[in-house]
Ligand binder design. Structure first.
Ligand code: 2DT
Ligand code: MG
Length: 216
């Protein structure tokens, strides 16, 4: 039996991650695959509840402390994620380590420091980065009340994602497999969905227990 695939969506707020994650999950289920969706931060845990208080401006925390809470939230759920994958379930995830690094380094935290707390986590088999301008994103219904939902900050996050994308694209080509793809999110839902599906279909099969990990 094969393990499930770990497919990650990354991008700015309002880039269309949740819509495309849902469409991908539905398409894979229609073909008979077992699929689950996950989202980080997972706000239902105690750590997630502290993160929620920070994002909704109920509680202030320094930049390092909130960074480590986001990372802790991935670590506390890591075994459950691996168990799902090992049982053959494909997991479609909305945000993970790359949001962790992009958002914290956009505040000015040292980039190398930001990666450290996520080293050892399972690396997604494929990361789909939905590329959108902060202006277009903000015009899609505008932002809500959460702490990062401002065009000026999202522009900084976009610049950090661009650095990450460049690094991950080099890693992908060195490894001879596309583990990161950046797609233009300013196109029709269906066009984007079809592109995503073809990239997911190209992800190689792996056996349970066979993972790459986040590392330097
Ligand atoms: P959502 O809007 O997707 O719920 O995210 N974030 C997220 C971080 O700063 N670090 C992280 O590690 C993760 C996973 C992105 C809420 C905000 O939290 C940010 C937006
Ligand atoms: Mg949000």
């Amino acid at each position: 039996m094969l393990r499930g695939k770990f497919i990650l969506f990354e991008g700015l707020d309002r880039s269309g991650k949740s819509t495309q994650a849902r469409k991908l999950a539905e398409a894979l289920k229609e073909r008979g695959s077992r699929v689950e969706q996950r989202h980080y931060p997972e706000r239902s845990t105690q750590v997630g509840s502290a993160i929620n208080s920070y994002l909704t401006k109920t509680k202030s925390l320094n930049d390092q402390a909130i960074h480590l809470l986001f990372s802790a939230n991935r670590w506390e759920l890591q075994q459950a994620l691996v168990d799902l994958l090992d049982s053959g379930v494909t997991v479609v995830v909305d945000r993970y380590v790359y949001s962790g690094v992009a958002f914290s380094s956009a505040k000015g935290l040292d980039r190398e420091w930001c990666w450290q707390s996520d080293f050892g986590l399972v690396r997604p088999d494929l990361t789909i980065f939905l590329d959108i301008s902060p202006e277009e994103a903000s015009s899609r219904g505008g932002y809500g009340e959460e702490i990062y939902e401002k065009v000026s900050f999202q522009s900084k996050v976009k610049a950090e994602f661009a650095l990450i994308a460049a690094k991950e694209e080099i890693r992908s080509s060195e490894a001879g497999k596309a583990s990161w793809v950046s797609l233009n999110a300013q196109t029709s839902l269906e066009t984007l969905h079809a592109q995503i599906l073809s990239h997911v279909d190209a992800v190689p099969d792996r056996l349970p227990g066979d993972y790459d990990f986040m590392q330097k």
